[in-house]
Design a protein around this ligand. Sequence first.
Ligand SMILES: CC(C)(COP(=O)(O)OP(=O)(O)OC[C@H]1O[C@@H](n2cnc3c(N)ncnc32)[C@H](O)[C@@H]1OP(=O)(O)O)[C@@H](O)C(=O)NCCC(=O)NCCS
Length: 165
Amino acid sequence: MKIHDLAEIHPMTAEQLPEYANVIRRSFATVAKDFGFTRENCPGHTSFITDEKLKDKIKDGYYPFGLYLGSEIIGFVSLVHINNGVYEMNEVSVLPEWRHYGYGKMMLEFCKEKVRELNGVKIIIGIIEDNTTVKNWYAANGFVHIGKKNFAGLPFTVGLMEWEA
Ligand SMILES: CC(C)(COP(=O)(O)OP(=O)(O)OC[C@H]1O[C@@H](n2cnc3c(N)ncnc32)[C@H](O)[C@@H]1OP(=O)(O)O)[C@@H](O)C(=O)NCCC(=O)NCCS
């Protein structure tokens, strides 16, 4: 049996938001620490996302998923339909204590399958351009770097990557 066999990915409901919000914030806290992001210099970082902001995302075309080990949620990922079969993947999170077991890859594979099921054509993601570890990880999982962009209020360049179905 592989470790993956122990984990399950389930769609999340609005009632479960406080649970998955904590997983997202705790997961992205390690990124904030690594890059020196604080509420002062980067309030828009995912590690500081509020329950309210996550609630605003819940609408048609938004697909939040939780990664469970038994009744414990240890990861999260969401897909949102942008247009014409293009889906953006966001908040890709695995709690620090559960990293390196392949759960992140499992969620990426799940999202690819989900997008195929929805007759989508591609998944796009935005990363911290200088986060080489994450960039290489997505590249190893079939994502191609297609450009970069700067956004007002974000003290880092966003790298854009995509996977074609
Ligand atoms: C990225 C992330 C989801 C990977 O989860 P995971 O379950 O460890 O993923 P896998 O086991 O499939 O792959 C592990 C690989 O992810 C890569 N990785 C990317 N970011 C990492 C991080 N912050 N810490 C550890 N490994 C990371 C490494 O290459 C690692 O390889 P290794 O196990 O040989 O060291 C997880 O590290 C995380 O939640 N990070 C913080 C949030 C984040 O950066 N999300 C992506 C933003 S676009």
